[in-house]
Design a protein around this ligand. Structure first.
Ligand code: NAD
Length: 364
């Protein structure tokens, strides 16, 4: 089992460990018992996972004499709302959870964001642990303590920074992921390679096929490497005031594509196309050498991610969504661009004309 420590500023948050391995739920139970984080646990999961994985994890933890209840909610982003959260809180109260209790987030990013959010405000804050079950949650959302729920006005409008007591990444969960969800995580891993780790990028190039085939020992290495990159960035900028922004590489255009397709294009596929767009913009602005552009696009193709915008989507629609996004941060669209592979930077002066041109050029 791999162990990675997230070292945070003691004044704001306590440090914690990320554990990575295959079939580690029993060892997770031992660590929970040893650390004595709580007198009892409420595990929160979604309706797709409750019987398949939730009950098994609950049984294993109960065998280790941990008191664990299980709550589920309907799977999907639509549940990241206020009403569903209040219903979950009602059930936590009914179970009698108090300040000596802790929550367990068993699921993808939706479960993690909701559980972290509730943990951060339930009785002014109780501990929680992350047990991410999607590749995206394992390499991204479970690390770094960002929690949140959506409002009709936008995603993650209500949220907190609240770090878990521990993150337990069990590769066995990845076996039941759909190809679409698996690709979502792959897109984030490719992103880490591009923005931070040319060596990771090389191993993705060499092992693209084995990764697509979910070779577990390879995935373990790549997930550990991705977690190291994310935790390194979070350690420097826990509250997302500076360098953490580079994690948005590919996401500005990606989010617009995702929303414009009414979420028929998955997050991973949209981010992949967004990364291609940001790569092309970086090259056009003469920051990025063309060999780097070629390398990025070849890898994206080799790993099975898309590099073109579906022809059903309107470029004007995508552009107006990007512009709407810009309202969030004054009047500038902040793009993460590349000077070279491994050297990203934030640029606030990409013209609308250039963005429109690149979107048009990327249509199938
Ligand atoms: N907090 C952060 O830092 C952060 C970062 C990135 C994304 N996010 C959030 O994460 C969310 C997306 O996360 P996601 O992609 O994991 O989505 P998700 O949680 O909705 O999971 C995707 C689907 O996969 C299913 N699933 C989960 N694990 C499975 C498994 N092992 N086998 C089979 N099916 C499984 C789920 O039931 C769901 O239907 C978004 O809400 C996004 O805002 C948060």
């Amino acid at each position: 089992m791999n162990k990675i420590k997230v070292n945070l500023d003691k004044k704001t948050s306590a440090s914690y460990e990320i554990y990575i391995g295959e079939n580690i739920v029993d060892r997770m139970g031992l660590i929970m018992a040893k650390n004595n984080w709580a007198s009892r646990y409420v595990m929160i999961t979604d309706s797709n996972l409750s019987t398949s994985h939730g009950e098994k994890v609950q049984a294993t933890l109960r065998e280790m004499e941990l008191k664990v209840d299980l709550i589920d909610f309907p799977a999907g982003e639509a549940s990241k709302n206020f009403q569903t959260n209040l219903r979950i809180v009602d059930r936590i109260i009914d179970l009698g959870a108090d300040r000596t209790s802790a929550l367990i987030a068993l699921g993808g990013g939706v479960v993690g964001d909701i559980t972290g959010f509730i943990a951060s405000i339930y009785m002014r804050g109780i501990p929680y642990i992350q047990v991410p079950t999607t590749l995206l949650a394992q390499v991204d959302s479970s690390i770094g303590g960002k929690t949140g729920i959506d409002l009709p006005e936008g995603k993650n409008i209500l949220g907190t920074f609240y770090q878990p007591k521990g993150v337990f990444i069990d590769l066995a969960f990845l076996k039941t992921l759909t190809p679409r969800e698996f690709r979502s995580g792959l897109a984030e891993i490719v992103k880490y390679g591009i923005i931070d780790d040319p060596e990771l990028l090389s191993s993705l190039e060499v092992e693209a096929e084995a990764i697509r085939n979910r070779d577990m020992s390879l995935l373990e290495k790549i997930i550990a490497r991705s977690c190291r990159i994310k935790k390194g960035i979070v350690e420097i900028d826990e509250m997302d005031k500076g360098i953490r922004r580079i994690l948005n590489f590919g996401h500005t255009i990606g989010h617009a594509i995702e929303a414009e397709s009414r979420y028929s294009v998955s997050h991973g596929d949209a981010v992949s196309i967004g990364m291609v767009a940001s790569t092309l913009i970086s090259e056009r602005l003469k920051y990025l050498p063309s060999e780097d552009r070629e390398r990025i696009i070849s890898l994206i193709r080799a790993i099975g991610l898309p590099d073109r915008i579906p022809k059903t989507l309107s470029p004007t629609g995508i552009l107006s969504r990007i512009k709407r996004d810009k309202k969030k941060e004054g009047d500038t669209i902040h793009f993460v661009l590349l000077k070279k592979i491994g050297i990203p930077f934030v640029n606030g002066s990409v013209s609308e004309g250039l963005i429109g041109e690149i979107i048009e050029a990327l249509k199938k």
